[in-house]
Design a protein around this ligand. Structure first.
Ligand SMILES: C[S@@+](CC[C@H](N)C(=O)[O-])C[C@H]1O[C@@H](n2cnc3c(N)ncnc32)[C@H](O)[C@@H]1O
Length: 219
């Protein structure tokens, strides 16, 4: 398998991306709407979406809350362009950068969400990100994470080992992101969220290996 750099991977698959996600990912016919329904309903609510892509979760959210004020971060410009074209009239601020590098203003957001994006990264990277995310949420607000998770610690370990072996074989730069799925187990993901300061970290819904998790910044 030839590894592709993250943004290049999604750029090359932009045609047909929405259809592919909705029809081939287990639970996708439900989880976008379910995830959106966990986000605040009040007009003007400020929501941060990490790895928003073409905005499948935002299509559902704007249906429920057309007056929401959404910031979407994604490192793939063509995905963001497709999202911007869907919602010319919504309050949508798009930032083309890695969420690991993004400056997040403290105590700003009424909710944060991420769907099918964070399963590419190590526990170490997520620890850092979740601390920043915790700081960016207002007190009493939630992070809603819908993603897929490794079914065991052995599998989690195997995914990371496979990725490292592929990078070595292909002599790839360690500082770059490549598209290769390395989901953590649900238990590890929840531990990292708790370490970042979140409380009441719990699973809300399960679709096969995909789950929606809720993590709260206590009031
Ligand atoms: C499978 S898509 C999911 C997009 C959208 N949330 C959805 O469910 O349709 C993953 C998205 O995460 C983005 N992504 C991956 N790593 C990222 C990073 N470090 N920073 C920002 N975006 C990232 C990709 O560019 C891609 O658009």
């Amino acid at each position: 398998m030839k590894l592709e750099e993250m943004s290049e991977f999604f750029t090359n698959r932009l045609d047909g991306y929405d259809e592919h996600m909705r029809t081939t990912i287990e639970g996708a016919s439900d989880f976008y709407a379910y995830t959106a329904a966990q986000l605040p309903a009040q007009p003007g609510a400020r929501v941060l979406d990490l790895g928003c892509g073409t905005g499948l979760e935002l299509e559902e959210y704007f249906r429920l809350n057309p007056e929401a004020d959404v910031t979407g971060i994604d490192l793939c410009k063509p995905m963001l362009d497709a999202l911007a074209a869907k919602f010319p009239d919504r309050k949508l601020h798009l930032r083309c950068e890695s969420y690991f590098d993004a400056e997040l203003s403290p105590d700003t957001y009424d909710a944060a969400v991420s769907v099918e994006s964070l399963h590419h990264f190590t526990a170490g990277k997520k620890r850092e990100l979740y601390r920043g995310l915790f700081g960016a949420l207002k007190k009493g607000r939630k992070f809603i994470l819908t993603d897929y998770f490794a079914e065991s610690e052995a599998l989690e370990k195997e995914y990371f080992e496979n990725l490292e072996a592929l990078k070595r074989e292909q002599q790839l730069d360690d500082g770059q992101f490549y598209h290769y799925d390395t989901p953590l187990t649900m238990e590890h993901e929840m531990e990292i969220l708790a370490e970042a300061g979140f409380s009441d970290v719990r699973i809300l819904q399960v679709w096969g290996t995909t789950c929606t998790v809720c993590a709260v910044k206590e009031a």
